[in-house]
Ligand binder design. Structure first.
Ligand code: ATP
Ligand code: MG
Length: 212
């Protein structure tokens, strides 16, 4: 279980704190959706959980033990918004080797299989893939290290509805084996998911009750 305890965070260049006492308990099998207005701190929260930033106050715990920044980086895979804009590899295989030099071809193939890209040509340029395939590739890259927590920032942004539904289905599938945390400004489309939905408001998380 992931537990966020009273997280407070003010970026060094910001005048006001962005997070002012965030609490959350999340079980691995229950995906978490974090909604909130633009600028409410969704991306910032993902940065804290994943160890890209550290809170000034509060703790991030896993199975009741506090995690330091390095442990959080190790445990988390993060896919930021529009990941396809940041592909650097000349081929799919090269993209997957960036930062993972020791990864075997078998691990690569397994990761691609998990995201439904088993049939893809590894010599293809990432930018030649379709929009949905590019999002899948970005997920596969993060799966290489088998993170216990997968954090996704606006995973459905900029996708047309059919591709969006494909990605939603894939994410629901991936959430069975790891804790998935999704930041989104369109929580409605995740309504059929089994987990909980929260809204980040005034620097805190509030659970949104289910409609059904
Ligand atoms: N490094 C930083 N320096 C100064 N201010 C920052 C920094 N990082 C974030 N902020 C501020 O923190 C607030 C929250 O930003 P954040 O990007 O987390 O919001 P968000 O909910 O992800 O918004 P969006 O829906 O637009 O992606 C914003 O007011 C932003 O200006
Ligand atoms: Mg954001």
């Amino acid at each position: 279980m992931l537990e966020l305890k009273d997280l407070h965070y003010r970026p060094s260049t910001a005048e006001e704190p962005v997070l002012k006492g965030v609490d959350l308990k999340a079980h691995a099998s229950q995906p978490v959706v974090v909604a909130g207005a633009s600028g409410s701190g969704k991306t910032t929260l993902l940065e804290l959980i994943s160890g890209l930033a550290s809170p000034q106050q509060g703790e991030v715990c896993w199975e009741s033990k506090p995690l330091n920044q390095r442990q959080r980086r190790w445990m988390c895979g993060v896919v930021f918004q529009f990941p396809e804009r940041h592909f650097l590899g000349l081929t799919v295989a090269q993209e997957m080797r960036l930062g993972h030099r020791r990864v075997t071809t078998e691990t690569q193939t397994q990761a691609l299989k998990k995201v439904g890209l088993a049939e893809i040509d590894l010599r293809q340029a990432p930018e030649r893939l379709s929009g949905g395939q590019q999002r899948r590739l970005a997920l596969a890259v993060q799966l290489l290290r088998q993170p216990a927590i997968l954090l996704l920032d606006e995973p459905t942004a900029g996708l047309d509805w059919s591709v969006r539904n494909e990605i939603l289905e894939l994410l629901a599938q991936l959430s069975r084996d790891r804790l998935l945390i999704v930041a989104t400004h369109e929580p409605e489309i995740f309504q059929s998911w089994s987990g909980a939905t929260y809204r980040l408001i005034s620097g805190k998380l509030q659970e949104i009750p289910r409609l059904s």
